[in-house]
Design a binder for this molecule. Structure first.
Ligand SMILES: *[C@@H]1O[C@H](CO)[C@@H](O)[C@H](O)[C@H]1NC(C)=O
Ligand SMILES: *[C@@H]1O[C@H](CO)[C@@H](O)[C@H](O)[C@H]1NC(C)=O
Ligand SMILES: *[C@@H]1O[C@H](CO)[C@@H](O)[C@H](O)[C@H]1NC(C)=O
Ligand SMILES: *[C@@H]1O[C@H](CO)[C@@H](O)[C@H](O)[C@H]1NC(C)=O
Length: 769
């Protein structure tokens, strides 16, 4: 098809920034709300009844009657952390927080899952979640030979919006019996019964008490009151971690054709549904996940026997450790060996936007893969521009934000409309062009997005182009009295260079709560990821889009998180005795800061990326299997860290010392120093996990600009496996003529231990005072 092409003036139409703030403000005026009452660790091994009795007793001490106490108790956390969630008035909560056995009392926040919303792209957020890998698997997924066979004994929990159990990605052919240590359940509910579970989906539960205490009963028009996924997000993340190898899959009529597989296709999946639609104008798009519900899920997952928990959910504001239910729940889970992997958020590229900030969480940024969905745009002047799309079409070719009701049909009818990214959802811009009678949409990048091109399943023919390409199109439109264009059929190409590139939307450091812990920890593929989808929602989730798909392509740190979860599953399978900290360390110290071509990993805007973008770097699963050395840390180490970081006492059994260590003294695989003024020295301890047992490691340092770094001893000799060796790092700000040379900005370097086989790298990030 062929058509005129037209640039619309750039109308910025700011739709009210979602109804969420209004709804929640009203709800907060309710006299009672859900609080989490946190009591630390369990004191010794206690029977479940005893724990329940103790929680009930505490609650009864602030309630008028036995009945009221029972009715207000939503959850008793009994497997890992000690505590409960209850409906309390502010006075009751304050009264409870003054009890000696209570460590902390905080309101259960409704957290955001990084889904698409009307306003998120404007706020720096982008579309939510998805992945699936064809044979054209990304550079992030080159697993070691034989690793595909691993993971059958490992159980991965997925904290999300549930699952679409009929997807072929969750078939159980050829899988052995459910691991004998599994203690979970298959909870029945709306369109979900025991036959929805199998030897792949070995357990499924849903948590809705805090949500319903806040919003009332789930509206079953847009959600199943059961583990079944209406949204698509949870199905996507679960199949990204552990989807079976399914041949002959393609998304949306032929894109990314080939074999679909999760990172750990034999791992067992345990579903913990905690995210539900927010009542309001966009229940299909806006979801929330309550802390009290998530905490109950994490606690049950520990009791059920989950090894790795994948959490593509983040808070919409940075939370202090003692107020962060997920951090607190994950600490107790990690102490019991669970690896908790979280998305860092989609609020980039502004600094200090990353969420999930505790050092015992593995926090993931998002970057591109080496696959693209190319669709040539032939302009009337003969120029050919490569767009990218996953919308099937073959068709001929206006600039605008293309927000709802912004386009006039008399200008748009029959034309290819060029729209800019920025405010509003990209797929919604397509819907608006269609409404106004346009023939097709070309979504162009403004400068901030550079060459990062996210693909979409538009409701009309459509494609997307980089900043340089949209400028070329706009120049052509300007220069021609009758601009035309032809959009050609698209095809999938691989080995795109350079890759990976950091995604513009990926949330950035520094850590807003504790700058001495670098976040995100690593980056992984999160742009244009193909994975299974819910058949109850359309690929765009927009009203008016009635398409049903089994697989969908989406972008977000929600998509990159399960890639790292899958890596943790494979590590857990290869090294069942490793601690949670050891597994996280292996993934971090083997990450790379180079792209597939050997150059530095770049940012979407064309600058060189750094630790605030990708932490330790891009994951390399095969290297992580054999890291050589690991940085381990214990529950006590983390409690001391919490004391050092804002004085949070997370457990009554370990009172904070009068002079706690510094936050950077935690034995962490990365090193961040804020406010360096003169000299500091830091101790670190590494544990030998190399197969050969004996080895000699020596250190290499890359000093941050204007900072001197000395490490001693400069070599470490190990004679057996599990041997530990400590070393000291001295970091000194260099003096210039007018004060510290690196004054007021973050500077980055690294120190690396190597025995010639293993390379154990730690980034150093310093902010000089
Ligand atoms: C369970 O659900 C499946 C599919 O939804 C249905 O075919 C089957 O009859 C149900 N089984 C029972 C026992 O309800
Ligand atoms: C449930 O959601 C539907 C669709 O969004 C809406 O029309 C209906 O009014 C809602 N029902 C209730 C009880 O809120
Ligand atoms: C196109 O023309 C408009 C109006 O003359 C101008 O503002 C804009 O910068 C031009 N765009 C390009 C890419 O040349
Ligand atoms: C750095 O240390 C010196 C001497 O201890 C002190 O006078 C100065 O105020 C410190 N500067 C900052 C920014 O903390």
């Amino acid at each position: 098809m062929r058509g005129p092409i037209l640039a619309m003036s750039n109308i910025l139409f700011l739709v009210a920034l979602s109804s969420f703030s209004i709804t929640s403000a009203l709800l907060l005026t309710k006299p009672r709300q859900v609080y989490i009452v946190y009591l630390g660790e369990h004191a010794g091994e206690k029977a479940e009844e005893e724990i329940l009795e103790r929680h009930h007793g505490l609650l009864l001490s602030v309630k008028d009657s036995e009945e009221e106490a029972r009715a207000s108790l939503l959850y008793s956390y009994k497997h890992s952390l000690n505590g409960f969630a209850a409906l309390l008035s502010e006075e009751e909560a304050t009264e409870l927080s003054e009890r000696t056995e209570v460590v902390a009392t905080f309101p259960s926040e409704g957290r955001w899952s990084p889904h698409t919303t009307r306003s998120w792209e404007f706020l720096g957020f982008e579309e939510g979640v998805v992945k699936l890998n064809g044979p054209d698997s990304s550079s992030g997924r080159r697993l070691p030979p034989g690793a595909e066979a691993g993971g059958e004994d490992v159980i991965v929990g997925v904290l999300d919006s549930g699952i679409w159990p009929e997807s072929r990605s969750f078939g159980d052919d050829g899988l052995g019996p459910v691991p004998a240590r599994w203690r979970g359940v298959c909870q029945e509910g709306d369109s979900f019964n025991r036959s929805s579970c199998n030897r792949k989906i070995i357990g499924a539960r849903y948590y809705v008490k805090a949500y319903e205490a806040t919003y009332g009963a789930v509206n079953t028009t847009n959600a199943y009151r059961s583990p079944r996924d209406h949204d698509g997000h949870g199905t996507h993340t679960a199949s990204t971690v552990a989807g079976r190898t399914v041949p002959g899959v393609s998304a949306l009529g032929g894109f990314a054709p080939g074999t679909a597989s999760g990172g750990a296709p034999l791992a067992r999946v345990a579903v913990y549904k905690v995210c539900w639609p927010i009542p309001g104008p966009n229940p299909n798009i806006e979801n929330t996940c309550f802390e009290a519900d998530m905490l109950a899920a994490i606690d049950d997952a520990v009791g059920d026997g989950v090894d790795v928990m994948s959490v593509s959910i983040g808070s919409n504001k940075p939370l202090r450790l003692a107020d962060d239910g997920i951090a607190v729940g994950a600490l107790h889970a990690a102490t019991r060996g669970m690896v908790v992997v979280c998305s860092g958020g989609n609020s980039g590229p502004s600094p200090a936007t990353v969420s999930n900030l505790a050092p015992w969480l593995l926090t993931v940024g998002a970057s591109s893969i080496d696959r693209a969905f190319i669709s040539p745009i032939k302009l009337g002047n003969g120029m050919v521009i490569m767009g990218q799309t996953v919308t099937p079409y073959q068709l001929p070719g206006n600039k605008a934000q293309c927000l709802p009701n912004s386009l006039a049909p008399e200008h748009v009818r029959g034309k290819i409309v060029v729209c800019l990214r920025g405010t509003g959802l990209r797929v919604e811009k397509g819907l608006e062009v269609k409404r106004a009678g346009g023939a097709a949409i070309v979504v162009g990048n403004p400068p901030a997005y550079g060459s990062e091109v996210p693909v979409d399943a538009h409701v009309l023919p459509g494609t997307a182009v980089s900043m340089a390409d949209v400028n070329a199109i706009l120049r052509y439109i300007n220069s021609s009295s009758n601009p035309t264009a032809v959009l050609d059929r698209s095809r999938t190409v691989v080995d795109v260079k350079p890759s990976p590139v950091m995604a513009q939307f990926s949330s950035r450091g520094p850590n807003a709560i504790e700058p001495s812990i670098l976040k995100p920890d690593v980056t992984a593929p999160g742009l244009n990821i193909l994975a299974a989808w819910s058949e109850a929602s359309s690929p765009t989730k927009l009203d008016g889009d009635n398409r049903v798909v089994k697989y969908n392509i989406v972008s977000g740190t929600s998509m990159s998180c399960p890639h790292v979860s899958a890596t943790a599953v494979l590590l857990k399978s290869a090294h069942p005795d490793w601690s949670s900290a050891a597994i996280r360390s292996a993934i971090m110290t083997t990450a790379t800061t180079s792209n597939a071509e050997g150059g530095p990993i770049m940012d979407a805007d064309g600058t060189v990326a750094g630790p605030m973008d990708y932490g330790s770097g891009h994951i390399r699963p095969s290297h992580a299997m054999d890291p050589g050395l690991v940085y381990d840390a214990s529950y006590q180490d983390y409690l001391l860290f919490a004391c050092a970081s804002g004085g949070a006492q997370l457990d009554r059994s370990l009172p904070c010392p009068a002079s706690p260590p510094q936050p950077y003294d935690l034995n962490h695989p990365s090193l961040a120093i804020r406010g360096l003024n003169g000299t500091i020295t830091v101790q670190r301890t590494v544990t030998n996990v190399g197969q050969q047992g004996s080895s000699l490691y020596s250190v290499a340092v890359v000093e941050p600009l204007g900072v001197s770094v000395k490490v001693w001893p400069s070599s470490l000799r190990f004679s057996r496996a599990s041997e530990k060796k400590s070393f000291t790092i001295k970091i000194e700000a260099a003096k210039g003529r007018t004060g510290w040379r690196a004054n007021g900005q973050f500077v980055a370097g690294s120190y690396t231990w190597s025995d010639g086989v293993h390379v154990v790298r730690s980034p150093i990030v310093v902010l000089v005072a």
